[in-house]
Design a binder for this molecule. Structure first.
Ligand code: AMP
Ligand code: MG
Length: 453
C-alpha cells in the first residue's frame, strides 16, 4: 500500500539507528484514517492492516529507523534523546507532497534509555483525536493514519494498561533538536547535510542556513499564533518537540483550555509554568534561537552570522503579532484587523480571564451569559459592533480534556464508540455539536495532564 522513497535514510548514518519494530501479541485495528490515506495516495486498506500498523508485518520498501536528536527539556540541555518509542518506516510521496510514516509505541530502540518503547491506549487516543482536530481547525500538524491495540499490557504508574501503537504522518520529523545534536558533537559535515536536506524538503527557496532559520522563525510564529487563537496549550515545547517544518508535533500533556486564563498550565511536569498558554510565543522564539545557535558552525564568518541570526530570531515578533491580530480578528468577524484593534481584542480577553469565561464558547457565541460582569461585556459588545463586518471564523467545538478522558476510559473498558463519535465531532469543528460544546462541570474538570510515557 505504501510507495516508499526514503530520503532521510540516505543521510549520514550518525543521524539514526536502523531498528525494526518489536512484534506484539494480538494486533487489532482501532482506527484507520481513510481521508488521510487517500491524500497520501495509499491504496485500499490491506488485509493485514492491523499487523502492519502494529509493526508485526513490515510493508515492502520500509526501511525502519529511529532518529537521533538532542534537546533542551524545560530549558535544560539533554545531549541525547532520539526516538525512544518510535520508528520511522519511511517516506511516501504523493500529490500532497512527501510524508513520513512513523509508528509510535513500536518497541525499544537504542535511544529508549530506561523506557520500554511502548505507549498505552490513552496517549494514543489523545494524540489521534487532538492531531486530527488540529488539522480540521486549519493548524499545521502531524496526523494520525491508524491506531491499533497490541494485545500486550504496558506497565504505567497506575498499573498495567492496554498497549497501543499510533501510526502518524508528518512533513518530516526533523526537530530543532536534530540540528542541536550534530552541533553539540561538532559534526559539521553532517550538520551541513541535514541543513541541505531540510532546505530541499521544506523550504526550497531558502538560501543557506540564514534562509532556513528565517523560514523556520516564520513558520513557528504563524503556528503559535494559530494555537493562541484556539486556546491550545502544547505543554512540552522542548526543542526536541519543535518541528522545523512548522507542524505541531508530539502531543503529550497538551490541552485546549476550557475557562480562559493566560497563565493556564495543564502539564503535571511543568511546575515552573514555563509552557503556560501565554508563554508560548516567547518559548517558540527561544527555540528558534537554539536553532540559530546550532546552525552557527556552518557559517564562515561567525561574528557576522551572530548578528544576522539574532536579527532573524528577533523578527519572530514582527511575524507573530500581525498573525495574532489576524487570527483574533477572524474570530471576531473583523474583516481588516489592524494594530488599532488590539485593545478591543485584549479587553475581551481580560474580561474573559477575570470571569474565567469559556474560551471556545465565548468566541462562538459572544453571549453575555458567558460572563459574570455582564454590563462590562455589554460595553465591550457595543465597541465590537462598530468593527464587526464579516462572518466570524471560530470553532464551535474543540476536543475538551474531560471528554478525551471519558473516551479513553470507555476504550480501556473495550467500548470504542465514544472515540469514534468524538472524532467525528471534532474533525467537523465549525458545525455546532452541542453535546461536545459543553464545558466540564466542577467534577468533570481535568486539572492535570500527563506525558504519554
Ligand atoms: P516526549 O517528551 O514525549 O516527546 O519524549 C521525550 C523523550 O523520551 C523522547 O526521546 C522519547 O522518545 C522518550 N520516551 C518517551 N516515552 C518513552 C518510552 N515509553 N520508552 C522509551 N522512550 C520514551
Ligand atoms: Mg518528543
Amino acid at each position: 500500500m505504501f510507495h516508499f522513497d526514503n530520503s532521510y535514510q540516505r543521510l549520514p548514518e550518525t543521524l539514526f539507528s536502523r531498528v525494526a519494530p518489536t512484534p506484539v501479541s494480538a494486533p487489532s485495528l482501532l482506527a484507520f484514517n481513510k481521508g488521510l490515506a487517500a491524500e497520501l495516495g495509499l491504496g485500499p486498506l490491506p488485509g493485514k492492516a492491523a499487523e502492519i500498523f502494529a509493526g508485526n508485518d513490515l510493508p515492502e520498501g520500509a526501511d525502519p529507523i529511529a532518529q537521533l536528536y538532542a534537546g533542551h527539556q524545560f530549558g535544560n540541555w539533554n545531549p541525547q534523546l532520539g526516538d525512544g518509542r518510535a520508528v520511522l518506516l519511511g517516506e511516501v510521496v504523493s500529490d500532497s507532497g512527501r510524508h513520513d510514516i512513523q509508528l509510535k509505541g513500536s518497541g525499544p530502540t537504542p535511544y529508549s534509555r530506561a523506557g520500554d518503547g511502548r505507549a498505552w491506549l490513552g496517549p494514543v487516543i489523545r494524540e489521534y483525536i487532538v492531531s486530527e482536530a488540529m488539522h480540521a481547525l486549519g493548524v499545521p500538524t502531524t496526523r494520525a493514519l491508524a491506531a491499533v491495540r497490541t494485545g500486550d499490557p504496558v506497565l504505567r504508574e497506575d498499573g498495567p494498561m492496554p498497549g497501543a501503537v499510533l501510526t502518524r504522518t508528518a512533513r518530516s520529523h526533523i526537530r530543532v533538536g536534530t540540528f542541536q545534536v550534530l552541533a553539540a558533537r561538532g559534526m559539521t559535515e553532517e550538520l551541513q547535510a541535514l541543513t541541505d536536506h531540510t532546505i530541499a524538503r521544506h523550504y526550497p527557496d531558502a538560501d543557506g542556513p540564514l534562509g532556513l532559520l528565517t523560514a523556520v522563525v516564520e513558520a513557528q510564529a504563524r503556528l503559535v499564533a494559530k494555537w493562541m487563537g484556539l486556546g491550545f496549550i502544547h505543554g512540552v515545547m522542548n526543542t526536541d518537540n519543535c518541528a522545523v517544518s512548522g507542524e505541531t508535533i508530539d502531543y503529550g500533556p497538551c490541552a485546549f483550555m476550557d475557562a480562559y486564563h493566560p497563565m493556564m498550565v495543564f502539564s503535571s511536569i511543568d511546575r515552573g509554568s514555563r509552557y503556560a498558554y501565554g508563554e508560548q510565543p516567547q518559548i517558540a522564539a527561544w527555540n528558534c534561537a537554539q536553532l540559530a545557535t546550532a546552525l552557527l558552525p556552518l557559517m564562515p564568518d561567525q561574528d557576522a552570522a551572530v548578528a544576522e541570526f539574532t536579527d532573524a530570531v528577533n523578527r519572530f515578533g514582527d511575524i507573530f503579532q500581525p498573525a495574532w491580530i489576524e487570527t483574533f480578528g477572524a474570530k471576531l468577524g473583523i474583516a481588516d484587523p489592524t494594530p488599532d484593534d488590539v485593545p478591543l481584542i485584549q479587553d475581551l480577553l481580560t474580561l474573559m480571564a477575570q470571569d474565567r469565561a469559556d474560551f471556545t464558547n465565548t468566541f462562538a457565541t459572544l453571549d453575555r451569559d458567558q460572563f459574570l460582569q455582564r454590563e462590562a461585556f455589554d460595553d465591550w459588545h457595543r465597541r465590537w459592533q462598530t468593527r464587526a463586518t464579516g462572518p466570524r471564523t471560530t470553532p464551535q467545538v474543540i476536543p475538551r480534556n474531560h471528554r478525551i478522558e471519558a473516551v479513553i476510559q470507555s476504550a480501556v473498558a473495550g467500548d470504542d464508540a465514544p472515540f469514534h463519535a468524538m472524532l467525528a465531532a471534532v474533525t467537523d469543528p465549525f458545525t455546532p455539536h452541542p453535546d461536545f460544546a459543553r464545558p466540564p462541570t466542577e467534577d468533570e474538570r481535568v486539572a492535570r495532564t500527563f506525558c504519554g510515557t
